[in-house]
Design a binder for this molecule. Structure first.
Ligand code: FEO
Length: 399
């Protein structure tokens, strides 16, 4: 569905909401609620469209724009980001408004030409370039790698509105527009999940962007992202959270255990180790790879201090579900974590070192201790989970 709302006089939110889109960005990010793609329309002496939406909404998007414009053309299209969730209806929009001037970063020009119109004259902009549309001034701030190299945000000076594209977004798909219409805990949790699964690899660029915004001294009354809700009452909260997440501020006592098992033996060790860690006062979160959705696991990893991986041996390596989890983690690049490994086996223990090597590739400081069990763990094996638990606590205390 398309939702049109006037958020300030002559400034409209056009929100394409898909409650069914539980797989976001292909099947990469499984979520609970669906997604929204938000574009914004600003009416002045010139009409400016900020971002477009997913192409499946083309027809409804164009109709909605026209209910505001009533035949008047769009003069400017600002392309804050080329990823198709924001740009794939650009083709349809530009076909209808071929005289619109199109603004984007230099890094966006080529992808836009490759993916969409090669023959559009894109006007490339730099940080603090601006356009004036009558009474309004739009300043551009490049934010490379938040989320792709081309990203930028746009600041509407007179209204103190930051159109932030992917930054500060979340997958809360709903008709309520604003942060204060929801429980703040729910919103920050949804924003954390979005950050952990989309923005986390770009942490150092997030810090740079936050500093740049701070240095520019711009006042922000509204943050209008391209996904989810508009921030108006909790701007300080989301900025503070972004700073913490980008700095990988972690809970010193939080451990995430990710395991998978074929015949249940690795699960027996998991339960014992989890219980021992909890007895030592740690916050322990246990997930079974392949059962729990990966985006949930990554969200919990963001502020954990330790990641413990358990896997059965499977043809001399880890289980494919664990390989998938570690590869995903490699791409999302969490920082400052310690790690440990355990698992059951039948005739080869090669998987344990393989997991350790993979964790090291993820820049995780791996504890030189593991637990393996030949078939079903016996009492001795279960007892030595205490040794691993002690080493984990020791490593966390030394951090
Ligand atoms: Fe919402 Fe990077 O796309």
């Amino acid at each position: 569905m398309l939702q049109l709302k006037e958020i300030r006089k002559n400034i409209y939110s056009i929100k394409a909401i898909s409650y069914n889109e539980l797989d976001f960005h292909g099947t990469v990010f499984r979520n609970d609620e669906g997604a929204s793609y938000n574009a914004y329309l600003v009416i002045d002496e010139e009409v400016t469209l900020i971002d477009t939406v997913e192409h499946e909404f083309n027809e409804a998007f164009l109709k909605t724009i026209d209910t505001v414009l009533n035949g008047r053309p769009i003069d400017n299209i600002i392309i804050n980001h080329v990823e198709p969730d924001h740009s794939s209806s650009f083709l349809a929009v530009f076909a209808k408004y071929p005289n619109a001037k199109c603004y984007c970063s230099e890094k966006a020009e080529k992808p836009m030409q490759n993916m969409f119109f090669a023959n559009v004259e894109y006007k490339t902009v730099k940080t603090m370039d601006s356009i004036n549309t009558g009474k309004y001034t739009f300043n551009f701030i490049l934010t490379p790698f938040v989320h792709w190299p081309d990203n930028m945000v746009t600041y509407l000076v007179e209204e103190k509105i930051l159109f932030s594209n992917d930054a500060f977004g979340n997958l809360v798909a709903n008709n309520n527009l604003y942060d204060d219409q929801y429980d703040l805990g729910l919103l920050l949790r949804a924003s954390k999940e979005y950050y952990a699964n989309i923005v986390m690899p770009c942490a150092k660029f997030v810090l740079k962007t936050l500093k740049e915004i701070e240095d520019l001294g711009i006042e922000i009354e509204l943050i209008c992202p391209a996904h989810g809700i508009i921030w108006r009452s909790h701007i300080a909260d989301i900025l503070e959270q972004y700073k913490k997440w980008a700095n990988f501020e972690s809970k010193k006592n939080k451990v995430v255990i990710v395991y998978d098992t074929i015949w249940g033996n690795t699960e027996i060790i998991t339960n014992e180790l989890g219980s021992k860690l909890a007895d030592q006062g740690l916050e322990v979160r246990i997930f079974r790879a392949g059962k729990h959705r990966p985006s949930l696991i990554m969200t919990e990893i963001l502020d954990a201090s330790a990641i413990v991986v358990g896997t059965s041996n499977f043809n001399s390596t880890m289980l494919p579900t664990i390989a998938d989890f570690i590869e995903r983690m490699y791409g999302l690049k969490p920082k400052g974590k310690i790690g440990a490994v355990y698992g059951a086996y039948g005739w080869s223990k090669a998987h344990v070192n393989r997991v350790k090597d993979k964790l090291k590739e993820c820049d995780i400081d791996v504890i030189d201790e593991d637990i393996t069990s030949n078939y079903k763990p016996d009492t001795t094996t279960l007892d030595i989970t205490s040794v691993l638990a002690d080493k984990i606590v020791e490593a966390l205390n030394a951090k």
